[in-house]
Every structure is written in C-alpha cells, then in structure tokens.
Design a protein around this ligand. Structure first.
Ligand SMILES: Cc1ncc(C[n+]2csc(CCOP(=O)(O)OP(=O)(O)O)c2C)c(N)n1
Ligand SMILES: [Mg+2]
Length: 340
C-alpha cells in the first residue's frame, strides 16, 4: 500500500479518472473539428504518472514531451485553459499559440512541453542548477518517452546531474512504442533505468499498472533528488491507442493490444478500492460522473471561447527589441516584385 494509505489511493484514482476523461473529450474535440492542428497524442494508459506528480511539491518544476496532457492535469492545470489551448483559443495557457504539444505555465512550474524527442530533458538540468545555486529545496522533473532514451542528450544531462549532484528526476514513460517501433527493436537492454544507474543516479523501474507502487518508489527517488542525489524512474505502461490521433497502429495485433491494456492503473485502482472497502462502486461512479461533467464543461468552454485577435500574432513570441520576421505575404510580394 502507498505511504498515504487508502485516502491517497482514492485521490490518485480521481486524478487518473480526470486525465482519462480529459483525453476522451480531447478526442471528441478533434472529431468535431474544433482542435487547432491535426496532431494529438493521447496519454490514455499512462495515467499512473499521477503517482509521480503527487510526490512533487509546490515550486517544483517539470518539462514534458508531446504526450503531456495527463502530467499537466496531475500537476493541477485547469482543464478549461488546457482545452482552450488545444482549440487554439485566446484564453488558453499560451493564448492559443501553442496547442496540444506546447502548453507551458510558469505558475504551475510547467517549463514547457517539447515536440522534439528528448528536447525537454536538458532544461531540468538548468532548473536544477538554479535551485542548487539559490539554495532552494525544489526538484525539476523531465517527463519523456522511451523513444527519448535513445537520444544522446539524455546521457549528457544525466551525467551532468549526477556529477553536480543536482535536484533532478528523469521520468521515462515506457509505453513500449516510439511511433511504430517497439522498444525491443530500438534498445538491446530494455531495462532503461540501468543506464541511469551506470551514470551514478538512483534508478528504479515501476509498474505503470500500479499507481501505489509508482507513488511509493517515486517518493523515495524524489526525496533523494531534493537532497542532491538525482534519480531516474522508468514507468512501464502501454500506449492504449495509436501514436497520434490518425494512427490506427497497423503494426501491432489485437492480442498484443488486449494484453497491453491489462496494465490499466485506473481499473486496477478501482478494483483495489472496492476490495479494501475504501469506496463502493456507487461512490466511484459518482466520482467518474463528476469528472465527466468537469470535462464536458471544458469542451463547451473551449468551443465558446474567442480565438486570438490577429494583432496578437507576434505577442509573447519574440523578445523585446528582437527583429520580427516579415509576414509571409509581404515577404512573397517582395520576392515576386524583385523577380519582375
Ligand atoms: C528528434 C526527433 N526525432 C524524431 C521525431 C519524430 N517523432 C515524434 S514522436 C516520436 C516517437 C517518440 O516516442 P516516445 O519518446 O517513446 O514517446 P511516445 O510517443 O511513445 O509518448 C518520434 C520519433 C521528433 N519529434 N524529434
Ligand atoms: Mg513511447
């Protein structure tokens, strides 16, 4: 049982349900043609990251990869502002300019989502250096996929964090796939945390189907990191759906998917709560219903919200005094004018 007991498991169940329902509603938003852009990466099957997020504290920071909706929710993001961002609306977290893959909010400690595989990893080393130099007791956590474990930047970042004893945690969400490539076709040793141990970090692998196990291990790793021993968590799970919204996963069969989806932290937590008599089915249904209402309202909010006005196009994009690129229309007419 997690150190926080049954009350903690119930809280984690609520968070995981909110994440799953949020993702299901994002999917609907896409089908209704209300999302800005066509790339959407669902984190269904990865909800146990809630166990890691729960061990973070106010003032801690994090970066995510392109599949980061669930992490934002678990760190306290407002679903209305997230949904608005995904719909490209003005009241979204990045005024509608970031979309699904680029949500950031300094207030939440969200240093940014990054669509470049491994791109958010070095940022936490910088944040960790800053905490150490300012004598702050905060931790910075990089969330990324198994695909990023094949990127060289991870090894530079881990080495630096270990060498300089930085308050940093690397959290690899191993959902078994990098697009259509299964992890065992990309890595000779699929025990990814062992690479971190070789670099001098605390390393642990946890079952992403068991949120209590995730929480317990994460608490240990996070506390050590807060005290200058950086860590690495591999959360083993399964990507329930395709890589992105339009990928139907033709490269894997139904039997594999059925097996993979058994690693469902939400279903497992529900069974455990009922088993331990912490909650009955009716009260969990009520909790699910509350999540559905909250996320339905987020969809309605995003659809009704206003798009950004054209004048705001370059606002918050370039630093003060930086030369702005010419609008494409102007640029083209200049080229065409010169050609004439
Ligand atoms: C440096 C780089 N190479 C390739 C891509 C194309 N790409 C986008 S997502 C992805 C797979 C990432 O897999 P993983 O890191 O396991 O994350 P997951 O999608 O499974 O959450 C790839 C190869 C990219 N965005 N950046
Ligand atoms: Mg992956």
């Amino acid at each position: 049982m997690a150190t926080g007991g049954n009350k903690l498991l119930l809280d984690l169940y609520r968070t995981m349900r909110r994440i799953r329902t949020f993702e299901e509603r994002v999917n609907e938003l896409f089908v209704r043609g209300e999302t800005a852009g066509s790339m959407l990466h669902m984190s269904i099957g990865e909800e146990a990251i809630s166990g890691v997020c729960e061990t973070m504290e106010q003032g801690d920071s994090f970066t995510t990869h392109h599949r980061g909706h669930g992490i934002f929710i678990a760190r306290g993001a407002d679903p209305n502002r997230m949904m608005s961002e995904i719909a490209g609306k003005a009241d979204g977290y990045c005024s509608g300019k970031g979309g699904s893959m680029h949500i950031a909010d300094m207030g939440l400690g969200a240093l940014g989502a990054n669509a470049i595989v491994g791109g958010g990893i070095p940022h936490v080393v910088g944040a960790g250096m800053s905490y150490r130099n300012r004598g702050l007791k905060n931790v910075s956590v990089a969330f990324f996929g198994d695909g990023a474990s094949q990127q060289g930047i991870l090894y530079e970042a881990m080495n630096m964090a270990a060498l300089w004893k930085l308050p940093v945690v690397f959290c690899c969400i191993n959902n078994q796939y990098g697009m259509g490539t299964r992890i065992d076709r990309a890595a000779a040793n699929t025990n990814l945390h062992e690479r971190a141990i070789a670099c001098g970090l605390n390393g642990v692998a946890v079952d992403g189907g068991d949120v209590e196990e995730v929480h317990e291990a994460s608490e240990r790793i996070m506390t050590a990191a807060r005290n200058g021993r950086p860590g690495f968590i591999t959360l083993t799970c399964y990507r329930f759906y395709g890589h992105a919204r339009l990928d139907k996963s033709p490269y894997r069969d139904e039997a594999e998917e059925a097996e993979g989806r058994k690693r469902d932290a939400l279903v497992n937590a529900r069974a455990r709560l009922i088993d331990r008599k912490t909650a009955d089915a009716a009260s969990l249904d009520a909790l699910d219903e509350a999540a559905a209402e909250e996320m339905n309202a987020a969809v309605a909010h995003a659809i009704a919200a206003l798009p950004p006005d054209q004048d705001s196009m370059f606002r918050d994009v370039y630093a003060e005094g930086e030369l702005r690129p010419r609008p494409l229309r102007e640029h083209l007419s200049m080229i065409l004018g010169e050609a004439r």
